[in-house]
Each structure stands twice: as C-alpha cells, then as structure tokens.
Design a protein around this ligand. Structure first.
Ligand code: 5GP
Length: 128
C-alpha cells in the first residue's frame, strides 16, 4: 500500500513548524508532546511523531524502525515523567474518520490522572 496523502497544513504540522504555539511537555528527535487544548482527563497529553504520517497505519507502514521505537519510547517516558504510569493510564490512537480522528497527523492521546470510566460509551457500540 502506498503512503497516504499528507496535508502539510494540518494543525499539528503547524505546531511542529512552530507556526502555532502549544503547551509543550516533551520533545526529542522523534516526538513532540503537548497538552490537549480540550482535555478529557486531568492529564491529557498528545504525542506526535516528528515525521509526516497521517495515522497509525501510515506510521507503521512508512516510518523507520528507529522512528517507531523512538516514538513509543518517548511516549512511555512522558507517561512516567507525568506521574501517570504507576496508577495506570489510557492510550488512544483514533484512526481515520470512522475512528474519530480529527487531526490528520498521527498522534496518540495519553489520558490519566483520575478515573477514566469505561473504554467507550455504549452508544459507540450502536447500543442505545
Ligand atoms: P483526534 O480526534 O484527531 O484523535 O484528536 C485531536 C485532538 O487534538 C483533540 O483532542 C483536540 O482537542 C486536539 N486539538 C485540536 N486542535 C488543537 C490545538 O490547536 N492545540 C492542541 N494542543 N490540541 C488541539
């Protein structure tokens, strides 16, 4: 499968280029992490790769092994540094329109710092 078409003007690309500010948590050669602008938990941090990847599938297919390892090592270091690892936290990678992905630059959500409730609501399973 070929690489997905990447929109260079998505909001996270602009944050990576420094055109839009963010509340930065961590940065290294593989990843940038910042607080979500609309937090859904006491701790809600977004971790994005430095490279131009549309979503999880694009990242897994196109990124190098070093990029993939560096990204996930950064994400777990961030979870430890934020103090959410010991109590437990949730990692979400919304993928594509059906997965609820709004920003087309691969990212994972790190959510923690308090009770998170069920993984998804009953309505998301088509149950009223
Ligand atoms: P998605 O639905 O794509 O998985 O999640 C995108 C996330 O990006 C949402 O939780 C949304 O609140 C967050 N977001 C959207 N625009 C901005 C922004 O300009 N700055 C920050 N920090 N977060 C944003």
């Amino acid at each position: 499968m070929t690489a997905k078409s990447y929109d260079k003007n998505n909001i996270f690309a602009k944050i990576l280029r420094g055109e839009i500010p963010c509340n930065k948590v961590y940065e290294d050669e593989y990843a940038l992490a910042f607080h979500d602008i609309a937090p859904k938990a006491p701790v809600h941090v977004l971790v994005i790769p430095k490279g131009a990847y549309v979503d999880l599938c694009d990242f897994a297919r196109q990124a190098s092994a070093d990029e993939i390892a560096g990204f996930y090592k950064a994400a777990t270091k961030i979870a430890a540094d934020l103090g959410i690892e010991d109590a437990g936290f949730r990692t979400i990678a919304n993928t594509g329109a059906g997965g609820g992905q709004e920003v087309p630059h691969f990212h994972i959500h790190l959510l923690g710092g308090g009770p998170l409730g069920p993984m998804i609501s009953g309505n998301s399973r088509g149950i009223a």
